[in-house]
Design a protein around this ligand. Structure first.
Ligand code: PGA
Length: 253
């Protein structure tokens, strides 16, 4: 296992400002002083500042759901790393499957975001994962390997330790269908081996690989107990303070 578990909540396009700050406040109360697991929440862009304030001096870090690779200028709708840092973000999700498959982001675009995060001191969470049709066609390893290789193109071994990989099989996201611990561990082990090829084995051993896809308090422990699973990226369950706190508390056991 790569050091401390890292559990992040991806709120996606949900909550109002008051719901977002209330959720953050409830999390601070329940798990705000947990030191043995790294934690982050990723609210929608407009609520980052408000949530940061609600998180206060707690141990829960702030992340963004996306980022752009330019510093500033005529990029309507985009948000820069400096803007994210300005409002207190430490992390940014890059290449979430919904951005790949709904918005159409390519591996090349995602790689530029990852590189920009690294150069500006935001820790990227690079998401990878296969579609159901790709799993059924036995393409999981090919798809995930390609996403990792292209997503990490140009990331040096000195910089890779600040990168988190999130393996999220698309068929398990928001569906209530979770990959079994064996299915997840198999892909995580493959990812770790690939990172060992790209970098080296000790370096690969230190890179955190989260699992994502219908993680809940009642399946979190069996997933995070797998040798190559170093935490979770949580969607739906991160919108309920009890559930997200429950997942974090499973990680402490
Ligand atoms: P889910 O989402 O937990 O609702 O399946 C996970 C994700 O998309 O990061």
């Amino acid at each position: 296992m790569a050091g401390k578990l890292f559990i992040a909540g991806n709120w996606k396009m949900n909550t109002s400002l008051s719901e977002a700050t209330a959720l953050a406040g409830a999390l601070v109360e329940k798990i705000g002083s947990v030191k043995t697991v790294d934690m982050a929440v990723c609210p929608p862009f407009p609520y980052l500042s408000g949530v940061k304030e609600a998180l206060g001096g707690s141990k829960i870090a702030l992340g963004a759901q996306d980022v752009f690779y330019e510093d500033s200028g005529a990029y309507t709708g985009e948000v820069s790393t400096e803007m994210l840092k300005d409002v207190g973000c430490s992390y940014a999700i890059c290449g979430h499957s919904e951005r790949r498959h709904v918005i159409g982001e390519t591996d090349e675009l995602i790689n530029r975001k990852v590189l920009k995060c690294i150069s500006d001191g935001i820790m990227p969470i690079l998401c990878v994962g296969e579609l159901l049709t790709q799993r059924q066609a036995n393409e999981t390893i090919d798809v995930v390997s390609r996403q990792i290789r292209l997503g990490l193109e140009g990331v040096s071994s000195a910089d890779i330790s600040g990168v988190t990989i999130a393996y999220e099989p698309v068929w398990a996201i928001g569906t209530g269908v979770t990959a079994t611990p064996d299915q997840a561990q198999e892909v995580h082990a493959m990812i770790r081996a690939l990172l060992g090829e790209i970098y080296d084995t000790p370096t690969a051993g230190g890179i955190r690989i989260q699992y994502g896809g219908s993680v809940k308090p009642d399946n979190a422990a069996e997933l995070m107990n797998c040798p190559d699973i170093d935490g979770a990226l949580v969607g739906g369950a991160s919108l309920k303070a009890d559930d997200f706190a429950g997942i974090v508390l499973e990680g402490i056991k």
